[in-house]
Design a binder for this molecule. Sequence first.
Ligand SMILES: *[C@@H]1O[C@H](CO)[C@@H](O)[C@H](O)[C@H]1NC(C)=O
Length: 164
Amino acid sequence: MKSFATLLSAAIAVMPFVTADFIPAGSAAHFFSSQNTSLVFAPSAAASGADLQAALAEDGSSSDITALIVTAGTGVPGQISYGGLCISANGVVPESSNQVLYVADCDPEDAAQIWTVNETPATVSNADGNCISLGRPARGVPVILDVCNDVLLPHEIWNPKVVA
Ligand SMILES: *[C@@H]1O[C@H](CO)[C@@H](O)[C@H](O)[C@H]1NC(C)=O
């Protein structure tokens, strides 16, 4: 029987080490989960306080709540928004009962709304070293904040694609 360590290293070896598409500043993008490429992260409603959840990507039109604007573009800290709402980590604590991300009215002064869309690996991180993460890849599952690290990385890979 293989040891747990052997199985773990095999799992890491087959994990795709993804480089994200470059997203220009101000473009809307779908952030596809590497765990299930049909799923993206999106607000559950166009309302301040709505949780972020795993959703099926929609059509990319201006009413597509799953197409999120990357204000500063890949590699540059900025907001991720839809209709004046921004993804917020304010009050969100990894691995606590308040770990679910949500959207709040965009406020450029709020450091908790600042994210970096990274190219390699294709994570979305904040200045605290935390990443946007999805535990179980299924529609409607809450999207959480978790520590960016190698063990959790398979849950933290999102491939952004600019919407047409
Ligand atoms: C991806 O997620 C969707 C929505 O939850 C589900 O219908 C589909 O079966 C999943 N695909 C895979 C390959 O698991």
